[in-house]
Design a protein around this ligand. Structure first.
Ligand code: SF4
Length: 205
């Protein structure tokens, strides 16, 4: 399944709570009824946004978070996506969104290995969808994991150009459970470049 680590951790912490299991079951039922992968991905994104909203709109969180348009530290870290999200991103590429194909080849070669990914240079780790202004070219269709990435604290802690530093992500438990459900439902999951390359049929391994 390659569930993102934060979502997996939240699931383990909350699996004995009735409301957590009810949320996962509700989402699995909805996803089972939908037979279109692109629509499923967008449905999960809408749910994740709704579950996150109260946190990201909180005045105190806003005042303590350095996250801003153009900051792209999170876009140089490994992102896990579902097969549905891979289909959605592949559709955007087929529609004409240009990607950094050089980085795609480099990143897809490491497949799902985080060790090999973080051995790449900062430039090589740049997401294939990041533009030259540090903005996401598929922002409205960015993966669930990207939607939950937010930091509390100093912007300096996000400087991953020298070495990987721990960042304090805002905890979004309900959204994490929705992400967990989406991976549970998905036929496969893995890193963004590797899953995208498979969806674009650039690799079959
Ligand atoms: S998909 Fe967009 S938000 Fe997500 S890592 Fe890539 S550039 Fe950043």
């Amino acid at each position: 399944m390659n569930v993102p680590a934060i979502a997996q951790k939240t699931f383990v912490e909350m699996r004995n709570r009735l409301e957590a299991m009810e949320l996962i079951q509700f989402l699995l039922k909805k996803l089972n009824k939908n037979h279109d992968s692109v629509k499923r991905a967008r449905y999960v994104h809408r749910i994740v946004d709704e579950l996150n909203d109260h946190i990201f709109q909180d005045a105190k969180v806003k005042s303590l978070s350095p996250c801003a348009s153009g900051c792209s530290a999170c876009c140089h870290t490994q992102v896990s996506i579902t097969s549905d999200e891979a289909e959605l991103l592949a559709e955007r590429v087929r529609e004409g969104v240009e990607i950094n194909r050089e980085n795609l080849l480099i990143q897809m070669a490491v497949k799902n290995s985080s060790q090999a990914y973080y051995a790449l240079s900062f430039a090589e780790r740049k997401c294939v969808f990041l533009d030259t202004d540090g903005k996401c070219k598929v922002y409205e269709d960015r993966p669930s994991v990207c939607r939950t990435n937010a930091v509390i604290g100093e912007a300096a802690q996000c400087d991953t150009s020298v070495e990987i530093k721990p960042t304090r992500l805002i905890k979004t438990p309900e959204a994490d459970l929705a992400i967990y459900a989406s991976f549970l439902h998905s036929t496969s999951g893995g890193t963004l470049p590797y899953m995208l390359a498979k969806a674009l049929k650039l690799t079959d391994s």
